[in-house]
Ligand binder design. Structure first.
Ligand SMILES: *[C@@H]1O[C@H](CO)[C@@H](O)[C@H](O)[C@H]1NC(C)=O
Ligand SMILES: *[C@@H]1O[C@H](CO)[C@@H](O)[C@H](O)[C@H]1NC(C)=O
Ligand SMILES: *[C@@H]1O[C@H](CO)[C@@H](O)[C@H](O)[C@H]1NC(C)=O
Ligand SMILES: *[C@@H]1O[C@H](CO)[C@@H](O)[C@H](O)[C@H]1NC(C)=O
Ligand SMILES: *[C@@H]1O[C@H](CO)[C@@H](O)[C@H](O)[C@H]1NC(C)=O
Ligand SMILES: *[C@@H]1O[C@H](CO)[C@@H](O)[C@H](O)[C@H]1NC(C)=O
Ligand SMILES: *[C@@H]1O[C@H](CO)[C@@H](O)[C@H](O)[C@H]1NC(C)=O
Ligand SMILES: *[C@@H]1O[C@H](CO)[C@@H](O)[C@H](O)[C@H]1NC(C)=O
Ligand SMILES: *[C@@H]1O[C@H](CO)[C@@H](O)[C@H](O)[C@H]1NC(C)=O
Length: 456
């Protein structure tokens, strides 16, 4: 490796091998990465880093894209907010390791947080992570990264990237959509993890919740049933004292997959089909009318297989019957009979196939609680409104307890789980339709008329 001093920087951008025949496994640039130069290519050629313009734009950005994929697919952008115009752009590594992008007249348009390294090297790794380390560090060891692009995601999550929180530092890594197809500036939509209660995945528009991916249930996020339909991707969700993060890996290197928060507000899981040269959409969210946040109001159940969408669980009735009959379910449902804790007679009704309601103020225990113990806990505490198994993996374990009205509850044809809703004794076991709908009202009105007719 050669060391080269510039006027004010020591520069090394380390370019790993372009091909095995090159003989050496690394070499260095003796000048910054200029806009007219070659991009950096990762060791096994998976990713490239360099200047690009989104199609339809003249603005220049430093980005990372798949090197082997013919449809240029940008997965990371450095200077999202301040593009460079013309071909004056340049990326360099300062003597202390800080990355700097300059534009016309050497104006700094972007820099990484300041680093204090003595002998820095920047390297594009084959997983798409652009890292800065000390030259003598082990670049395979994540602890050696003084800075990494994986900590500053744009709109794309790649295998091995962590979405979510470092709790020690309070540092969060959400995805943020591009502003538009031609503008990688931070757009309207973010996708990330809300730490409150039992942590959940959310999509936000600004501070407004757009879609709730829900809590992790040991197998998938409660609101993303198709997550498990493709078994070539393994998913991990870590919740401990140091972090709350979501990470995925492909089980074999030939599979190229990414998760994107697209600029029109849809989270997409995509898979590259090399033979046909296109990105295949595995799933996307929000997907249907029940995915919109709270379409049916508190304690109501949204079900796309029914018309109307909104229903009340057994023991509940529409809070505002007039609007409910006009198919406005937003007021939700209220209990027919108040629960009576002192009596000790309350029971539970099962909502099966459920997307668990919002867990942002629920309590969760992951280990050592059976479903029966969970039920007993809920029954014992007067403010408990519902319970469910926290971890549905294997024979199931753990316990989630709600103490609020149940919001954003829906059911799925498949891929949901059991939710037990506290109900007064008077309403348990009693027959009750899930939905007091206009259709049913009409049906009932008709049968009343028929009965009336018969009586005549
Ligand atoms: C660069 O410097 C030239 C000459 O001083 C000036 O005309 C031009 O506006 C400058 N450009 C920027 C982007 O500052
Ligand atoms: C590292 O160098 C950059 C560019 O010279 C400078 O802006 C930054 O303050 C330096 N960082 C530290 C920690 O000294
Ligand atoms: C570099 O780090 C990786 C991952 O921590 C480890 O597996 C490997 O043995 C290390 N290599 C050296 C030479 O220390
Ligand atoms: C959190 O960030 C600190 C400081 O960068 C780092 O030392 C620590 O390893 C991180 N924790 C996790 C769990 O990544
Ligand atoms: C975002 O994803 C949705 C669902 O796949 C798609 O219909 C829409 O066209 C996408 N938007 C953009 C800008 O790609
Ligand atoms: C009952 O549940 C509420 C809300 O989860 C909690 O704050 C309270 O401590 C619980 N009470 C008992 C006695 O466990
Ligand atoms: C969920 O249960 C499975 C065993 O069935 C266990 O391997 C896994 O670690 C549990 N997940 C959590 C988050 O506790
Ligand atoms: C549920 O919502 C009703 C209003 O619809 C409110 O009066 C009640 O306090 C709420 N209950 C809980 C447990 O939050
Ligand atoms: C209290 O318990 C009795 C039976 O012991 C039952 O009939 C009554 O409905 C209960 N009260 C409520 C409010 O559930």
């Amino acid at each position: 490796m050669r060391r080269l001093s510039g006027a004010s920087f020591l520069l090394y951008i380390l370019i790993p091998l372009l091909g095995p025949s090159n003989g050496a496994d690394t070499w260095t640039l003796d000048h910054p990465l200029a806009d007219d130069g070659q991009p950096l290519i990762s060791e096994r050629g998976s990713f490239a880093l360099g200047f690009f313009s989104p199609s339809g734009s003249d603005s220049r950005y430093i980005g990372i894209w798949y090197h082997k994929i013919s449809v240029q697919t940008v997965v990371w952008v450095a200077n999202r907010q301040r593009p460079v115009t013309g071909s004056h752009g340049s990326l360099s590594v300062a003597a202390n390791g800080t990355l700097i992008i300059t534009g016309e007249n050497s104006t700094v348009v972007w820099s990484s947080p300041p680093l204090a390294l003595s002998d820095p090297v920047a390297q594009l790794l084959d997983d798409g992570n652009f890292v800065v380390t000390e030259a003598d560090a082990n670049a395979s060891d994540p602890n050696s990264f003084a800075w990494q692009s994986f900590d500053y995601p744009t709109d794309t999550l790649l295998p091995g990237m962590k979405l979510g929180w470092n709790l020690t530092t309070g540092f969060n890594r959400p995805l943020t959509s591009w502003a538009s197809a031609i503008d990688p500036a931070p757009g309207e939509y973010t996708f990330g993890i809300d730490l409150r209660g039992d942590p959940q995945v959310f999509e936000w528009s600004g501070t407004r919740q757009v879609w709730r991916g829900g809590p992790w249930n040991g197998v998938r996020f409660a609101g993303i049933p198709p997550m498990v339909s493709y078994n070539k991707i393994s998913v991990q969700f870590f919740v401990d004292a140091t972090q709350v993060v979501y990470v995925f890996h492909t089980i074999d290197a030939s599979i190229v997959s990414r998760l994107v928060m697209n600029h029109s507000g849809t989270a997409q899981r995509l898979l590259w089909v090399d033979d046909s040269k296109f990105w295949n959409l595995i799933w996307y969210f929000p997907m249907d009318p029940c995915d919109t946040i709270f379409p049916c109001g508190p304690n109501a159940v949204c079900d796309t297989s029914r018309s109307p969408l909104c229903g009340c669980p057994q023991g509940f009735q529409p809070k505002n019957p007039t609007n409910w009959e006009l198919r406005d379910g937003s007021d939700g449902c209220v209990r027919k009979t108040e629960v009576d804790c002192r009596n000790g007679t309350d029971g539970f009704v099962l909502v099966s196939g459920a997307k668990l309601p919002d867990t942002s103020s629920s309590t969760v225990e992951w280990v050592g609680t059976t479903l029966d113990q969970c039920k007993a806990k809920c029954l014992k505490n007067c403010s408990c409104t519902a319970y469910a198994q926290a971890n549905i993996s294997g024979s199931g374990s753990g316990c989630i307890l709600w103490s609020t009205n149940l919001t954003d509850l829906r059911v799925y044809g498949s891929g949901g789980q059991d939710l037990y809703v506290r109900t007064a004794a008077a309403d348990v076991g009693m027959y009750s339709s899930v939905s007091l709908s206009l259709d049913r009202w009409l049906r009932e009105a008709r049968s009343r008329r028929q009965l009336g007719a018969e009586a005549c």
